[in-house]
Design a protein around this ligand. Structure first.
Ligand code: BDP
Length: 671
């Protein structure tokens, strides 16, 4: 096992300097012969070789001990930490008498402890630290790749990918050199991610075969990720028994079909004993599913769960199910209601190893949505919350948009009011999942600053209570080692409020979309207005917004428990930022902020575009202080962000000026 360093690829948050503090010390590792423990030994050796430290033998003096609690010959400093169970993937970190100790019950915990030491840098070797247990709050912390083997004529190779091609496949075949996959696993492990699904949820023909005759490719990827404690998952096509197995049905209650899944899954585990499980998008946007046989989603998910159970696998069954062929003239339908309508009645009917994967909002990864009520509605079901790290609707990695604050809000949202359980608590036994934003781009993420989103995802999945601004600083510190205060402060200033900036110049007050159909980049206010997709704003000459109240609208507010059902129902109490998601209001409706809706639209769009220009200006201060190639890449993206923000500003402002006839109170130029 060697630590993967890939030439010509940006090291992201793990540059060699990140290990300077630990690598300059004498380090003792007491692990076992598992893959992650082997990785820790390799990491320590690599860091020590680079930075002048040494690998200590048992009994020798050392500055850092990384040990399994079950290891023989624990030094006294580590023995002192033995006590209550630390638990799966967790570790205890302490510093006493000049020795820093990481103690874990399992090798994965050891690995996470090693990366925590790297994150702390010199601080890990300074003052004494009382013992502190670190444990992941969410059990599964997974990235979904929407990668295809082949290049899709419209979507490219990675669906909604903004960072080049797949890191797994090239020219229709698995890449010959998978070092980069291992380097990716390393980056993810350093944030706490422990699962990856390697292919698109829309499973096309070539990718469907990964389950059977192309399984060797999955095994090869699993071999690269295993050392970093990451389990591989596959997206599978519900119709596989027909398309791959030659059966005439995929009915989940048909014995032959169940038999096929059992056999096929058995073969998967013979090849990949630690395979994680399946991801399924069924009866959604044209994907096959159980509805064709008059069966429920619980029937479908349970069939796969039963096939996986003997091997310890899980099925992530996506709740993103809605009618994408709806009649836009019919105001009684509401896409926001769909997931709850389909799934809430099935609560309690899913197997224990079936995890319902729910998008954070009821629509589709918009810049601002209320938290999906499905998350509150299924107490007897294991749930995972799904986020979109890939910035499909948040600037497509051309715009700076740091999403940590949004995710932190989602995870901390309390459906049942203050003091009650938060979303992160509800999902603790399921997990947090996100669509990955990496590709074969030399910076991994196209926009180098979009790396921060990947980093923040993992950190929040491990510790949802972390402050996203602090995570940002952590990321800056690791990624720009030795950077001056000016560089660090400037990056912070550019990124910390960038989600809200993006929100200001795009669709207003939670109404969503207004993007160009198909690729979803840039403004098109009416782009989806008269289409079958169910993503409307209902702007007319009198007002704008979607009436989702129980009193006069679609009744969606009724899917929330109190107090939110009442808060969202009430025009006076509904938070401004979601007003148009829940209510259709006249343009001169006065927001809680004291300005009218239409004036708010003008103000925020002028402000947002100005802030985008301010972000570019801030970056220009850093010319000469950061790597020139990285500087140029960010600069080119910022030029596009500023251009695009102005385009949004002008289209949205013009549209609402013409619809409403209400001039800007501040007399600014609107076209
Ligand atoms: C939408 C994307 C589409 C995905 C879909 C999904 O536009 O490409 O297939 O989500 O989550 O946001 O399945």
């Amino acid at each position: 096992m060697t630590v993967p360093h890939v030439p010509d690829v940006h090291p992201a948050w793990l540059p060699p300097e990140a290990f300077r503090a630990a690598g300059a010390r004498r380090v003792l590792v007491l692990g076992d012969d598992s893959a992650p423990a082997e990785t820790v030994r390799a990491e320590v050796a690599d860091a020590c070789e680079r930075h002048g430290g040494a690998v200590a033998a048992p009994g020798e003096a050392c500055d850092l001990v990384l040990a399994l609690s079950s290891a023989a010959g624990l030094p006294a400093e580590a023995r002192a930490l033995l006590g209550p169970e630390i638990g799966a993937e967790g570790f205890v970190l302490a510093r006493r008498d000049g020795v820093t100790v990481v103690l874990a019950d399992d090798p994965a915990g050891l690995l996470y402890g090693w990366f925590e030491v790297a994150r702390l840098g010199e601080a890990a070797f300074g003052e004494a630290r009382p013992a502190r247990a670190h444990r992941p709050a969410l059990r599964r912390r997974m990235l979904d790749h929407w990668d295809n083997i082949d290049v899709h004529p419209v979507m490219g190779q990675v669906e909604r990918g903004y960072s080049g091609g797949s890191i797994f496949w090239l020219d229709g075949a698995l890449r010959a050199d998978l070092t980069r996959v291992r380097a990716y696993g390393r980056l993810l492990a350093a944030t706490g991610v422990n699962a990856v699904a390697i292919n698109n949820v829309n499973v096309h023909t070539a990718e469907a075969h990964l389950l059977t005759d192309r399984l060797g490719e999955v095994a090869a990827v699993a071999a690269e990720l295993r050392p970093y404690g990451i389990r591989v998952h596959l997206s599978v096509n519900f119709a596989s028994p027909i398309t791959l197995g030659g059966l005439d049905s995929a009915d989940p209650l048909d014995e032959a079909v169940r038999e096929w899944w059992t056999r096929t899954t058995g073969r998967v585990y013979e090849t990949i004993p630690d395979f994680g499980g399946y991801v399924v998008k069924a009866d959604s946007e044209g994907q096959p599913g159980p509805f064709a046989y008059g069966r429920s989603h619980a029937d479908g998910a349970n069939m796969l769960a039963d096939a996986l159970a003997p091997h310890g696998g899980v099925v992530f069954w996506r709740a993103f199910v809605y009618n994408h062929r709806q009649d836009w003239r019919d105001r009684s339908t509401d896409r926001a209601r769909a997931a709850h309508d389909h799934f809430a009645p099935l609560d309690g009917r899913f197997r224990d190893n079936a995890i319902l994967q729910v998008k954070y909002g009821p629509m589709d990864f918009q810049t601002r949505e209320p938290v999906s009520p499905v998350i509150a509605a299924m107490p007897a079901t294991r749930l995972a919350v799904e986020l979109q790290v890939t910035q499909e609707y948040t600037g497509q990695q051309r715009h700076v948009c740091y999403l940590g604050p949004m995710w932190s809000e989602v995870l901390g949202f309390r459906f049942w009011g203050p003091g009650e359980r938060a979303v992160a608590d509800v999902a603790a036994g399921g997990g947090l999942v996100a669509v990955s934003n990496v590709g074969d781009d030399p910076y991994w993420t196209g926009h180098p600053l979009a790396q921060a989103n990947l980093y923040a995802f993992g950190r929040l999945a491990w510790s949802p209570e972390l402050d996203p601004a602090a995570i940002l600083d952590e990321w800056i510190g690791l990624t720009f080692p030795g950077a001056s205060g000016l560089v660090r402060d400037t990056l912070h200033e550019m990124m910390d409020g960038s989600w809200e900036t993006y929100e200001r110049y795009t669709a207003p007050l939670g109404v969503g979309f207004m993007v160009r159909p198909g690729h979803h980049y840039g403004p098109d206010v009416d782009g989806y207005e008269y289409t079958p997709w169910g993503t409307y704003h209902f702007a007319d000459r009198d007002g704008v917004g979607v009436d989702r109240t129980r009193a006069t609208g679609t009744g969606y507010t009724g899917q929330y428990p109190a107090p939110w059902s009442e808060v969202y129902e009430s025009l006076a109490e509904c938070p401004d930022e979601l007003l148009l998601f829940f209510h259709h209001v006249p343009y001169e409706h006065v927001l809680q902020s004291g300005v009218t809706v239409v004036q708010h639209i003008y103000d925020t769009h002028f402000a947002g575009a100005e802030e985008a220009a301010g972000i570019r200006l801030a970056w220009e201060k850093l010319a000469g202080s950061v790597d020139p190639a990285l500087y140029a890449r960010v600069q080119e993206r910022l030029d596009e962000q500023v251009r695009c923000a102005e385009e949004w500003r002008d289209q949205v402002n013009t549209y609402f000026l013409r619809k409403s006839g209400v001039p800007d109170a501040r007399g600014r130029q609107i076209y």
